[in-house]
Design a protein around this ligand. Structure first.
Ligand code: H2U
Length: 339
C-alpha cells in the first residue's frame, strides 16, 4: 500500500459528524475557469430603507407593522413553511408514504440598521442576537409538539436570501430533520463506545495539529473541518462539552458573539466582498430526552470558490456521486487564518 499525500493525491475524506464522504482533488486547483460568474451585490445601502419589510416601523406583507425596534426583533414568518395547527395525519399507499408535519417558523432581525451585516456589528450587538437565539431555542423547544429547533442565517443574494437587511430564521418542528438526525446518530455511537464527546475528541486533535484552525478565544474555536465540502466551510466548536445554547455561561455567550464577528470578518476579507453563506446552529433536540452525546456547534457553508464572482456549484458528480472539492481544507484554513 502506498502512502497517501493529502495535498496532492485524489482521496475521499470521512465526515465523522454525518457518516458521509467527500472526494478531494487537490491537483485540480490549477484548472482554468471559463464558467459562470456572479454579480456582486452593491454594498451601498442606506441605514433605513422605506421599501424593506424588515426595517423598523415598516409594513410587512399581510399588513403587519414592525415595531420601532432598537436592537433585535423576532416575528412569525408571514409565509411560514410549517404551521402549528396543520394536520398531523399519515398517508400510506403501497410504497408511498407521507407524514403531516407541524411547526413554527420565525424571522429574526439582527439589527435595525439595514446597512449592516453580522461582521459589521459590534460584539455587544451580536451578543443580543445570541441572547435571542437562546430565548427562541428555549421557548420554542418547550412546546409539546416541537422536538427540534433549527436556527440559521442565509446571507447574500447568491444564497437565495431575499433581503440584505441583517436577519436569520428559525424553523422549529415535530420531527428531527435529516442533517441533525445523522449527527445525533454519529455522536451517539461515539458516546456509547467511549463515553466522550465526538466533537470534544475531534477538537483536541485539531488543537494539536493546528493546520485547520482559523481563530479561537477562551471558549470557542473556529476551524475548517477535515471533511469540509464547501471551499471555505467553517465550524465553530465550544471548548466545553454542552448540548445546547441554553447551557452557555454568560462568558461563553460573550465569547460566542466575539468569535462570530472574528470569523465573519475574515470571510469578508478573503475576496474583499460581503461573503455569502448559509450558517446554522446544530444542537440537542428538544424532545424531552437527555442527549448527553450532543455537542453544540455552528457550521458555515459559504459557496464562493475563486473570487467574489465565482461560486462552487454542487452539480454533476456531486448530485450523482458524492460531494467533491478541489482546494484542500488545509489551504482554505491557511487563507482564513491570514485574512
Ligand atoms: P430569506 O431572505 O432569508 O429567504 O428570508 C426572509 C423570510 O422573510 C422569508 O422566509 C419572510 C419570508 O417568508 N417574509 C415575511 O415573513 N414577511 C414579509 O413581509 C416578507 C418576507
Amino acid at each position: 500500500m502506498s502512502t497517501l499525500n493529502l495535498t496532492n493525491d485524489p482521496h475521499r475524506r470521512y465526515n465523522i459528524l454525518t457518516g458521509e464522504w467527500v472526494l478531494v482533488s487537490p491537483h485540480r486547483t490549477k484548472r482554468p475557469w471559463q464558467g459562470k460568474t456572479e454579480a456582486i451585490a452593491s454594498a451601498d445601502r442606506p441605514a433605513y430603507d422605506p421599501a424593506c419589510y424588515l426595517c423598523p416601523g415598516n409594513i410587512r406583507s399581510g399588513g403587519h407593522q414592525n415595531p420601532a425596534y432598537t436592537d433585535t426583533f423576532v416575528f412569525t414568518n408571514d409565509f411560514a413553511a410549517l404551521m402549528p395547527d396543520s394536520g398531523d395525519g399519515t398517508y400510506q399507499n403501497g410504497l408511498l408514504q407521507a407524514n403531516g408535519e407541524r411547526g413554527i417558523c420565525r424571522v429574526i432581525c439582527f439589527s435595525p440598521n439595514h446597512a449592516l451585516t453580522l461582521p459589521d456589528m459590534p460584539v455587544e450587538a451580536i451578543r443580543k442576537v445570541v441572547d435571542l437565539w437562546e430565548n427562541e431555542y428555549r421557548e420554542l423547544g418547550s412546546l409539546d409538539f416541537i422536538n427540534h429547533v433549527q436556527i440559521f442565517e442565509n446571507k447574500g443574494a447568491i444564497m437565495g436570501c431575499s433581503n440584505p437587511h441583517p436577519h436569520g430564521q428559525i424553523w422549529a418542528q415535530t420531527s428531527i430533520p435529516q442533517e441533525a438526525a445523522k449527527k445525533g446518530v454519529q455522536q451517539g455511537k461515539h458516546w456509547a463506545s467511549t463515553g466522550r464527546s465526538l466533537l470534544g475528541d475531534y477538537l483536541s486533535q485539531e488543537l494539536t495539529e493546528q493546520e485547520r484552525l482559523i481563530c479561537s478565544n477562551d471558549h470557542f474555536v473556529a476551524l475548517v473541518p477535515f471533511w469540509a465540502v464547501w471551499p471555505y466551510e467553517a465550524l465553530i466548536v465550544p471548548r466545553r462539552h454542552f448540548q445546547h445554547i441554553g447551557q452557555m455561561t454568560e462568558a461563553e455567550k460573550d465569547a460566542f458573539a466575539a468569535i462570530l464577528k472574528n470569523l465573519t470578518q475574515r470571510f469578508d476579507r478573503v475576496f474583499d466582498t460581503s461573503f455569502p453563506y448559509s450558517a446554522g446552529l446544530h444542537q440537542a433536540p428538544t424532545d424531552g430526552q437527555e442527549h448527553p452525546a450532543w455537542h453544540f456547534h455552528m457550521a458555515f457553508y459559504p459557496p464562493l470558490l475563486r473570487s467574489a464572482t465565482v461560486k462552487k456549484f454542487m452539480v454533476g458528480y456531486e448530485m450523482f456521486g458524492e460531494a467533491q472539492r478541489d482546494i484542500t481544507p488545509e489551504m482554505a484554513a491557511a487563507t482564513l487564518r491570514t485574512s
